[in-house]
Design a protein around this ligand. Structure first.
Ligand code: BES
Ligand code: ZN
Ligand code: ZN
Length: 508
């Protein structure tokens, strides 16, 4: 499906379907009649049909030559921009094969309170159109590359009708970039590991860099060894396919002379193109979805692909360690000791805790850039999925201002995350008998997500750093909100929201 959204101040004649957002428990009939006085009909039957305008509920009414689709937004007092994003997704999915539709954004939405994002607490038309359009664009996604008989491609046109369409236009442009980035990440993650190899992912990164005005360096296995990336090399040693280390740089070349400080943000993404567990082999069930284990790298590359178009005024460095994790005669063995980029040694007691080994090297490289902040995204632990479930990412970090900014950005992006602690007391869980650290904590996986976070913290050289464990929301087993089944592209929009509202941190 390719979706063309426009904004305007009247309903076009060719729009055979008209969406009308409505709140729970309000008079829906009068809303319809207001829009189309000549069609005045008895709509008192709406409630008899059981439609109450809860979020995710829709009702189709046909009158004269037009179809009306009432889109439930839930209770008025619970309204937020994310409600509208979800409403947009529900609307988009209800259109099926209708090629021309419109949706009316009533003025009262711009007058509602209860939106955390706006300082004035009223959402702007721009913000309303952005989130609504994001919802529609994100819901229109499908991955059909491997279908013998995909649904024929069709163009769908949706006009968002509102009073102040001129001021809303930038919201639409931003929505397009947010959705483009998210859907790029989804495509890369959905592609099977047989074709999405480390070399292939690096080739994609080169192409993205060219198109998006980024500079790029790709290290092959020889360079990876020369540079002392023992973690990445160790994990890759069981695989027939060579690893890659990708470094991307976005530099807007403006003089960031604000108080003399040049802000550089380093983004690190876990890029395991397939996680079999290695010799500590996963179960059949645990392995089935492990092509998703490069979702962190995909989210970072996808976000970086639109930085220039979004006009981001920061230097952004992306570091992506990419490899398979496979068992073989040359594979890493439990008990092996690796020497990492930072010089620390790690005893590998479980080869399935591989993400932290490749991230350790990538984080050390990121720290060498002397960035203002480092953020990593990784499908790191099953323990985080147990703690927070499939929809919420875990956030850990050593710097409150950074974590708080990420919380705000995630809220805006509609990507839920929850802060988890990094308890100093658990550092001892990572002590090895023979090396500086081991790669797993206590038996039974106690505080597994936190111990993984504490392990990463050993490699950031004291820089401001935050870690997003996206093991749960990187993939969805059902359609939920703006998420499709399969890869979700989680994290790209949070990064973009964060970077587009970045200002110099007040660090003492
Ligand atoms: N890639 C997995 C984590 C994962 C699990 C992601 C489920 C998505 C869904 C990671 O490499 C892993 O296997 N972690 C181990 C760590 C353990 C051995 C300490 C885990 O969580 O079981
Ligand atoms: Zn693993
Ligand atoms: Zn993994």
């Amino acid at each position: 499906m390719s979706l063309e959204i426009t904004v305007g101040d009247s309903v076009p004649d060719q729009a055979v379907l008209l969406g009308i957002p409505v709140f729970e428990g309000e008079d829906f009939g009068s809303r319809v009649e207001l829009l189309r006085p000549p069609d005045r009909v008895d709509t008192s039957y709406i409630e008899k049909l059981g439609f109450t305008a809860k979020l995710n509920e829709t009702l189709v009414l046909t009158m004269a030559n037009r179809i009306y689709l009432l889109v439930g937004l839930g209770a008025r007092e619970d309204f937020s921009l994310d409600t509208l994003r979800r409403g947009g997704a529900v609307f988009g999915r209800s259109l099926h094969r209708i090629s021309d539709a419109a949706l009316v954004l009533p003025r009262e939405l711009a007058e509602l309170n209860g939106d955390e994002e706006q300082s004035s607490s009223h959402p702007s038309w721009q913000a309303l159109v952005q989130t609504l359009s994001e919802g529609m664009l994100l819901a229109a996604y499908s991955f059909t590359s491997f279908k013998s008989h995909p649904e024929p491609e069709m163009v769908q046109r949706i006009k968002v009708v509102l009073e102040d369409s001129v001021s809303a236009e930038p919201g639409l442009s931003k929505a397009r970039l947010m959705a483009t980035a998210t859907c790029r990440a989804r495509d890369w993650v959905n592609e099977p590991a047989a074709s999405m190899t480390p070399v292939r992912f690096a080739d994609i990164a080169v192409q993205v860099a060219q198109e998006a005005g980024l500079s790029i360096e790709v290290w092959d296995e020889k360079r990876i060894e020369e540079e002392g990336l023992g973690g990445l090399l160790g994990v890759a040693s069981g695989s027939a396919r060579p690893p890659r280390l990708i470094k991307l740089v976005y530099d807007p070349k403006t003089d960031h002379k604000t108080e003399g400080a040049v802000n550089t943000v380093a983004l690190v993404g876990k890029g395991i193109t397939f996680d079999s567990g290695g010799l500590s082999l996963k179960s059949q069930e645990g392995m089935a979805t492990m092509k998703t284990d490069m979702a962190g790298a995909a989210a970072v590359l996808a976000a970086m692909s639109v930085l220039a178009e979004l006009g981001i005024q920061l230097k952004v460095v992306g570091i992506l360690p990419v490899t398979e994790n496979m068992p073989s005669g040359t594979a890493l063995k439990p008990g092996d000791v690796l020497k990492m980029r930072s010089g620390k040694t790690v005893e590998v007691l479980n080869t399935d805790a591989e993400g932290r080994l490749i991230l350790a090297d990538a984080l050390a490289l990121a720290a060498e850039e002397d960035p203002t902040a480092i953020i990593d995204l990784a499908t790191l632990t099953g323990a985080c999925v147990v703690a927070l479930g499939p929809l919420v990412a875990g956030l850990m970090g050593n710097t409150d201002w950074l974590c708080e900014r990420l919380e705000t950005a995630a809220e805006r992006a509609g990507e839920p995350l929850w802060r988890l602690p990094l308890p100093r007391q658990y550092k001892s869980h990572l002590l090895s008998d023979i090396a500086d650290l081991k790669n797993i904590g206590k038996p039974g996986g106690q505080a597994g997500a936190l111990v993984a976070g504490l392990f990463l913290e050993e490699f950031i050289d004291g820089k401001p750093w935050a870690h997003l464990d996206i093991a749960g929301p990187a993939r969805s087993s059902e359609v939920e909100g703006v998420m499709p089944k399969g890869a979700t592209g989680f994290g790209a929009r949070t990064l973009l929201e964060l970077l587009s509202t970045w200002s110099n941190p007040e660090v003492s």
